[in-house]
Design a protein around this ligand. Structure first.
Ligand code: GDD
Ligand code: MG
Length: 360
């Protein structure tokens, strides 16, 4: 096994609000662009060649990852002119694969943090002789995912992307966004239009009697599609709950990048990350949060489960809980922002302007 395709494009990905300008795969999680963790984990599982299937400008990725050699990989970039969907994106990079028709090719959604044993997914694929093998996980609320019921041997019996009705919720097993495709299956995806692997390819393969094999693996798994999940994932990397060879420092309650400046009496906990050139003032408490490069947390601020964007500022004594502060935004002193509030990039909140009350 030497090859993988990483899906990092799509319509929504760039806009879906972290309220930071950086495209999501490049937003730092535990101090490095999120994609680094996926690439490093693939490398550790023996992958040598990765094709990044994007629909943004490859300029976003290439200056950082280059040819991949710093990660021990051979990395290639393919940019779709218009997003081709998850299946169309695979077909679009098929010409870059070295795999023979019967060889396995790994495919990863680019926004998932997981401890999946990649080698065991490849093993499952080999031993069952499947056309496609899928990593499955269980979640409490499966509605935002692809539902994947299986028989007693783990063979997939249906694929129901984002079920709309209660009757469609037939299982809590979902598609965890990591697959092994037999290469020839990728070559059968139409190459002249957008195709969704979840809505078209998988249901079509099942209708044709193909063998889709599920591997239920209940290791760490998180879709980083929301800012809250992103911050959670970053914290779990720092705490060591989510495994990655790419975390730049020891596991523990916090990760402070070299050029950050944290006051000696500030309290950092819960997997907090303080980015390069960021500052945390005296008496501030930052818990389970991500403070991106160059951001400032002023003295006495209390920050919990929040994302503070690049170059943003959080005023003295301000309380943040479950908040997202966009890049270069400034929240003045003595504010209280809670419950999923998003402060858009570059905006200004004056001193003492916002209080929170549930009126309970
Ligand atoms: N290159 C390219 N082109 N990539 C794409 C495109 C595209 O047109 N559309 C989506 N992607 C990439 C996204 O960047 C992401 O990494 C991955 O494909 C999945 O797309 P999402 O838009 O994040 O889908 P989702 O999270 O709603 O659902 C998917 O992931 C779930 C697990 O997190 C599905 O695969 C579900 O079945 C699955 O349960
Ligand atoms: Mg997703």
């Amino acid at each position: 096994m030497t090859e993988a395709i990483l899906l990092v494009g799509g319509k929504g990905t760039r806009l879906r609000p972290l309220t930071v300008h950086t495209p999501k795969p490049m937003v730092p999680a535990a101090g490095v662009p999120f994609l680094t963790h996926q690439l490093a984990r693939a490398r550790a599982a023996g992958v040598e060649h990765v094709v990044l299937a994007t629909s943004y400008l490859a300029e976003v990725f290439e200056p950082y990852f280059g040819d991949g050699s710093s990660l021990g990989l051979h990395l290639e970039y393919v940019t779709e002119e218009e997003p081709l969907g998850t299946g169309g994106a695979l077909r679009n990079v098929a010409s870059r694969l070295h795999a023979a028709p019967g060889d396995p090719v790994l495919v990863f959604n680019g926004d998932v943090l997981t401890g999946l044993d990649i080698a065991s997914l490849v093993d499952t694929h080999r031993t069952t002789g499947a056309d496609v093998s899928l990593h499955l996980t269980r979640v409490a609320d499966p509605r935002a995912y692809g539902l994947v019921p299986t028989d007693e041997a783990g063979r997939v019996t249906a694929f129901l992307e984002k079920p709309q009705t209660p009757e469609e919720i037939v299982t809590d097993q979902i598609n965890a966004g990591a697959y092994v495709f037999t290469r020839s299956v990728i070559d059968t995806i139409p190459n002249d239009r957008p195709v969704s692997v979840e809505r078209e390819t998988f249901p079509g393969l099942l209708a044709d009697g193909a063998h889709l094999q599920g591997l239920l693996d209940s290791t760490y798994w998180l879709d980083l599609g929301t800012p809250h999940a992103f911050v959670r994932g970053s914290a779990d990397l720092v705490l060591g709950r989510a495994p990655s060879p790419a975390v730049p420092g020891p596991r523990g309650e916090y990760l402070v990048l070299d050029t950050a400046d944290v006051a000696p009496d500030a309290k950092l906990a819960g997997g907090t990350v303080i980015g390069a050139r960021a500052r945390v003032g005296s008496g501030a408490e930052v818990t389970g949060s991500t403070v991106l490069d160059g951001a400032v947390v002023e003295p006495g601020a209390q920050v919990r489960d929040s994302l503070i964007g690049t170059g943003a500022r959080v005023g003295a004594r301000t309380v943040l809980e479950g908040a997202v502060i966009g890049d270069h935004a400034a929240v003045g002193p003595d504010n209280e922002l809670r419950d999923g509030v998003r402060i858009w990039c570059d905006s200004r909140i004056p001193a003492g302007a916002v209080r929170f009350s549930s009126d309970q």
